[in-house]
Design a protein around this ligand. Structure first.
Ligand SMILES: NC(=O)c1ccc[n+]([C@@H]2O[C@H](COP(=O)([O-])OP(=O)(O)OC[C@H]3O[C@@H](n4cnc5c(N)ncnc54)[C@H](O)[C@@H]3O)[C@@H](O)[C@H]2O)c1
Length: 324
């Protein structure tokens, strides 16, 4: 199979590219290196085609040679990272929505299958848990905060995908839940697990937002990648045999952990591995941060035969090892 991965030098994208190569696919990557790093693919650079370009611009896709032979587009390019949602809300909306529209147009033009990487934030601020059915979509008033620049862009992306499906495109939607693992960004614009680890290692402080009682369903990177790959490669639902086009899948662990517990756990394993003693420091959180984000995964289980299998204990230790 010949596949296109937008955002393929990023955290999830680079692991996806590795996995697709293992499966024998021919992989073309389109990324503007905004946050991704070509170094992430350096070890396999001779086995892929790496194109530098802005996935929100139609012209970037013109660099893809023999585009009509692409079978699947895995669309991951996006601006991700909470700090950006507040600081650069319009850029987040612009890139995330327009890159999704361009990826859809490419898939329509060349009749490829599309896998759109959405987010649980496409549900908004729902307090209905687990996140899954139509009652899960709730957005706050736009004057409250900027956070939904991201979730709103993913919601509109899903809307655009469903519109394209109605017009004949074979497209599937995946929503990874707080992925973590090697190569996850850990600077101030990064994600919680590696940000906590980095600062425990560098400054012996682990920052916890608010009272730390908010929970997340942290999901090991390889589990998420398996779900993305199954969403792309399976033709039909394992249970019913019906087409997967128009289906969406929450790819999340059902093991929840509060951010305070996570901070404490990270202090503990950093101490075990390095002898360094790190302490929890509480700070104000970002507006609109959700209290809980637990996935309903029955659709992924039944249709794809997917569930996360890596425990947090194992995944956190492997992530820390990759940062030492
Ligand atoms: N990591 C998670 O847990 C998670 C959760 C939910 C959704 N997602 C979604 O999965 C996808 C991948 O996320 P990630 O965690 O790997 O983030 P990431 O930031 O590591 O990867 C995104 C990639 O997109 C690239 N990119 C950004 N703007 C671009 C543009 N205009 N043109 C081309 N490339 C561009 C970046 O350089 C980067 O390589 C994103 O769509 C993200 O919204 C991720």
């Amino acid at each position: 199979m010949r596949v296109l991965v937008t955002g393929g030098t990023g955290f999830l994208g680079s692991s996806l590219v590795e996995r697709l190569l293992e499966l024998g696919d021919e992989v073309v990557v389109l990324d503007n290196f905004w946050r991704g790093d070509p170094e992430n693919l350096n070890h396999i650079k001779d086995e892929i085609t790496l194109l530098e370009g802005d996935a929100s611009q139609a012209t970037a896709y013109q660099a893809i040679k023999d585009a009509s032979s692409i079978d699947i587009v895995y669309h991951l390019a996006a601006i991700n990272g909470t700090k950006w949602f507040h600081e650069e809300a319009r850029m987040v909306m612009d890139v995330n929505l327009n890159s999704t529209l361009r990826a859809i147009e490419f898939a329509e033009k060349y009749q490829c299958r599309l896998v759109f990487t959405s987010s649980p934030e496409a549900y908004g601020n729902s307090e209905v848990m687990p996140l899954g059915g139509p009652e899960s979509s709730v957005f706050t008033h736009p004057s409250h905060h900027q956070r939904h620049a991201y979730g709103g862009s993913k919601y509109l992306g899903e809307l655009a995908v469903h519109h394209a499906v109605r017009q004949g495109l074979d497209a599937r939607i995946v929503r990874p839940f707080n992925g973590y693992g090697p190569r996850l960004s850990h600077d101030e614009y990064g994600q919680v697990v590696t940000m906590m680890m980095r600062s425990a290692l560098d400054s012996s402080i682990v920052q916890v937002h608010g009272d730390g009682m908010q929970t997340r369903s942290l999901t090991w990177v390889e589990d998420i990648i398996e779900g993305i790959v199954l969403s792309g490669r399976l033709d039909s639902c394992l249970k019913t045999g019906e087409s997967l086009s128009g289906c969406s899948f929450n790819l999340g662990s059902t093991e929840e952990i509060s951010m305070l517990e996570l901070g404490e756990k990270i202090c503990q394993i950093v101490h075990e591995k390095t002898n360094r003693v790190a302490k929890i420091e509480f700070r104000e959180g970002y507006p609109g941060d959700s209290q809980r984000r637990l996935p309903r995964i029955v659709d992924a289980e039944e249709s794809l035969g997917w569930a996360a299998t890596t425990s947090l204990e194992v995944g956190l230790r492997q992530t820390l090892d990759s940062m030492l």
